[in-house]
Each structure stands twice: as structure tokens, then as C-alpha cells.
Design a binder for this molecule. Structure first.
Ligand code: SF4
Ligand code: SF4
Length: 344
């Protein structure tokens, strides 16, 4: 089994223990955080392991990149403290496993990794994605979602196989070494989690927003500024890659959208709530979703842009009921390019 390579995990390096004291879901003063940290360092049970809702945010809060969350997940698994009921976890792990039926194919750049979202293949259209190839399916599914289930062992087993599938069956023989990640989670996997777990990545991952920025520069003559207020919903996996935040601001500037100033954006972002439902914490899901939607509405947002399709599926209908249009970033860019929305 690969051990965490670059990190110590939870550690005594900072006095403020940001990973625990800044947690939005587990109120903890500094003295309590010190005591719980000692328990974790001794490998003992801790209320942190019981109460962590797996929002990933402490990966962003740690000022030293020590991977406190990956450590928590390791410890949950070692001590059998399961964030999601075991029957659900077992069923999901089985259902989302590799099929082993991958057919090699030649691809040409730009190659867009659609992860496990075949239903979004229609999003790859228009000038933004001219000439693109797509890859999709269970055999290239990044598997990082098992962080929500206390199952780092599944990630350690499956991720090297996934990377080999992408490289051996698609990129290598096509002479392509860049992979555009449609889903935040894949980009977080290849740039953040894989190095931390000591898993090599032979290709260069590119975030969808980095790609969109480049295309908007190339297509700038076609852009009709939107002049709309937009709320941005960060995903849990975006906490692994906060360096993507400026790309959001850049895209909005280029398409004439205003990122509304609201309480639950940037480092204060709230989860979409999907994982809380899986954890059977419906009251928490209801509360978090209500606060988030109230915040978007109060800020006067006309669109809510999602970086993660799963967040869109979870929150989309509720957002729409508030009179706010839920949309993926690429679709918002399509509107600015005068290409309309998918199916519209
Ligand atoms: S993953 Fe989220 S809920 Fe869990 S300890 Fe870190 S910040 Fe708190
Ligand atoms: S925030 Fe980072 S440096 Fe501080 S205690 Fe947590 S893991 Fe250690």
C-alpha cells in the first residue's frame, strides 16, 4: 500500500491548528483542537473522526500542504469509523468499479476527460471544443469520491489502474500528453492527491477553466458580454485545488459576468449537500442548502455556475426554484459566444 509521500498529515507544525479550528461543520476551540490533535497523532479515536462530514476544506486550510484530510480518512478506515453506512459504501464501491472493457482508441487534442459523466458528452460542442476528442467511463473514473466513504484503500488500488488506462489506451499511442479535466475532481486527483499518495501521473492534467480561458482569448472577437450577476458554487474537490480560483475570476471578466460578493464563496464555500444525504444527515443537508441558496438570492445572482456536475445535479432544481439559472461554466461561456445553451 502506498503511504502518504510528501505529508505528515495532522501535525504539530502550526499553533493555530487551522485544519480543525477553521472547520465549518465541527465547532472546535483551540484548546479542544489541541487535545483532539494529540489523540489523532497517537492513532486513537477522536471526535474529529466521528464528526468530520468530509467536506475536504481542511486540505485548503492547512498552510503547509500537510494533507490533514487524507490523514483523517486513513485513520477513519484504520479504526473502522465509517462516514457513510457500510451497506451503502459496499454497494457504491461495487457499482462504480472498473468494468475492464476499455477499447483503445486514437484521440486528438484537445482530449477532454469526462470522468464518469457520459450524460454530459453533449456539452463538448461549439467553437469552445472544436476538434475535441472525449474519453469517459468507469475505467477512467478518478475514484477520489471514496474520500467521502473512509475508503482510501479503494483509491490506492484503483487510481494507478485508471491512470494506466488513460495513458496506455488513449494518450500514449496518440502522441498526446495533455488531458483536459472536465471535472474538478479529476484535476484534483492528478495534481494534488496522486502526488500525495506517491502515485505517478505520466500526462499533464489541465483544468477545464484553464482551457476555457485560453479558448476565450482565441475567440474574443465573438464574445458578447453577458452583463449578468453570477454566483459561483465551489465543489468539495475544488478544495484540493484552490489555485483554480483566479481562473474563475478571469473567465467572468472575459465574458462580462460579475461574480457576486457573498458570504459562502471562496474559503467560506458550503458543500452542495449531496454527501450529507449519503451520510443520512438530512437536517444538515437542508440547513446548508438553505443558507447557501438564501445567500445567492440575497446577492442578486441571476445564474449559479457550478464547477462540478454532481453539485449541479444536487442543487440545480432548488437553485431554479429561487429564480436563479443553474449552469456549468462551459455552458455560460457558450452563451457569451452566442451559441446558446445545450438543447436551447
Ligand atoms: S474535511 Fe471538512 S468537515 Fe472534515 S475536518 Fe476537514 S474541514 Fe472539517
Ligand atoms: S493545519 Fe496543517 S500544519 Fe496546522 S496542524 Fe493541521 S495539518 Fe498541521
Amino acid at each position: 500500500m502506498n503511504e502518504l509521500k510528501f505529508s505528515t498529515g495532522i501535525c504539530e507544525r502550526c499553533e493555530s491548528i487551522d485544519c480543525l479550528t477553521r472547520c465549518q461543520y465541527m465547532k472546535m476551540d483551540l484548546q479542544t483542537a489541541k487535545e483532539e490533535r494529540q489523540r489523532l497523532l497517537r492513532g486513537e479515536k477522536s471526535r474529529v473522526l466521528e464528526e468530520c462530514v468530509t467536506c475536504y476544506a481542511c486540505e485548503e486550510y492547512c498552510p503547509y500542504g500537510n494533507h490533514p484530510f487524507y490523514h483523517l480518512v486513513d485513520q477513519q478506515e484504520k479504526l473502522g469509523i465509517w462516514p457513510v453506512p457500510q451497506p451503502i459504501t459496499k454497494q457504491q464501491v461495487l457499482m462504480m468499479g472498473p468494468r475492464g472493457k476499455i477499447t483503445p482508441k486514437k484521440v486528438q487534442p484537445p482530449v477532454i476527460n469526462m470522468c464518469y459523466f457520459p450524460m454530459l458528452a453533449g456539452s463538448i460542442r461549439g467553437k469552445l471544443f472544436e476538434g475535441a476528442s472525449t474519453i469517459v467511463g468507469s475505467d477512467i473514473f478518478c475514484n477520489v469520491m471514496w474520500l467521502h466513504f473512509g475508503k482510501n484503500s479503494v483509491i490506492r488500488k484503483r487510481l494507478p489502474e485508471v491512470i494506466a488506462n488513460i495513458w496506455d489506451h488513449y494518450l500514449k499511442d496518440s502522441g498526446v500528453n495533455e488531458l483536459i479535466c472536465f471535472h474538478d475532481e479529476c484535476y484534483g486527483t492528478y495534481t494534488h492527491l496522486a502526488p500525495a499518495f506517491g502515485i505517478p501521473v505520466p500526462f499533464r492534467p489541465i483544468h477545464l477553466f484553464e482551457y476555457l480561458n485560453k479558448r476565450l482569448d482565441e475567440l474574443q472577437d465573438r464574445i458578447k458580454p453577458l452583463g449578468q450577476k453570477v454566483a459561483y458554487q465551489r465543489s468539495c474537490s475544488n478544495r484540493l485545488v484552490p489555485e483554480t480560483q483566479p481562473w474563475v475570476d478571469e473567465i467572468f471578466r472575459k465574458i462580462g459576468a460579475e461574480r457576486v460578493d457573498r458570504k459562502y464563496d471562496r474559503e467560506n464555500a458550503l458543500c452542495c449537500g449531496a454527501v450529507f444525504r449519503a451520510q443520512q444527515q438530512d437536517d444538515l443537508a437542508d440547513d446548508v442548502q438553505k443558507r447557501n441558496l438564501d445567500d445567492m438570492a440575497a446577492a442578486g445572482a441571476k445564474f449559479c455556475v457550478f464547477s462540478c456536475p454532481a453539485c449541479l445535479f444536487t442543487l440545480g432544481e432548488s437553485v431554479l426554484k429561487r429564480g436563479i439559472m443553474p449552469i456549468l461554466m462551459n455552458d455560460l461561456c457558450q452563451i457569451a459566444l452566442g451559441e446558446g445553451m445545450k438543447g436551447g
